[in-house]
Write a new protein. Structure first.
Length: 145
């Protein structure tokens, strides 16, 4: 079964802020097509909004152009899937679009730094029914070797 992943915004933000870290390693593997990446317009808009926050730009001294270029890079290496209504799939409604993207994109992994996603036993059970596993960046990197 091919490895297909949807990556949470929090992982992309970490990759943007910390070149060379584990999230950036994940980005580099995606760029080299080591796994299939899926995303949605909703997730790309969320990424752009977060990267454009003054607090985020100040951390690394980045510009709006750099934030847009990073979002464009993610968009260019990912398959864009359409998501409909984001029905309640988990405790945190902010995560519903991520999970809907995983379902629509037939992802095998949801990669996140959010412990609500990676440690929630009920959510784990629900995702497993769709052959999806929510895991951390480090675990995902080990999975794809």
């Amino acid at each position: 079964m091919p490895v297909v992943a949807v990556v949470d915004t929090n992982v992309w933000v970490s990759a943007f802020l910390n070149p060379g870290g584990f999230p950036d390693q994940l980005l580099q593997l995606a760029r080299r097509s080591r796994f299939a990446l899926v995303t949605s317009s909703y997730l790309l808009e969320e990424l752009q909004e977060v990267l454009s926050r003054p607090r985020i730009m100040k951390i690394r001294g980045t510009t709006l152009v750099e934030a847009r270029n990073f979002t464009r890079l993610v968009a260019n290496i990912a398959e864009l899937v359409a998501i409909g209504d984001t029905s309640r799939l988990c405790r945190d409604p902010d995560d519903d679009a991520l999970l809907q993207t995983a379902l629509e994109g037939r992802a095998t992994f949801v990669v996140s730094r959010d412990e609500d996603l990676t440690r929630d036993l009920e959510l784990t059970r629900q995702l497993k029914a769709h052959n999806i596993q929510a895991i951390t960046v480090n675990r995902f990197l080990k999975e794809i070797g």
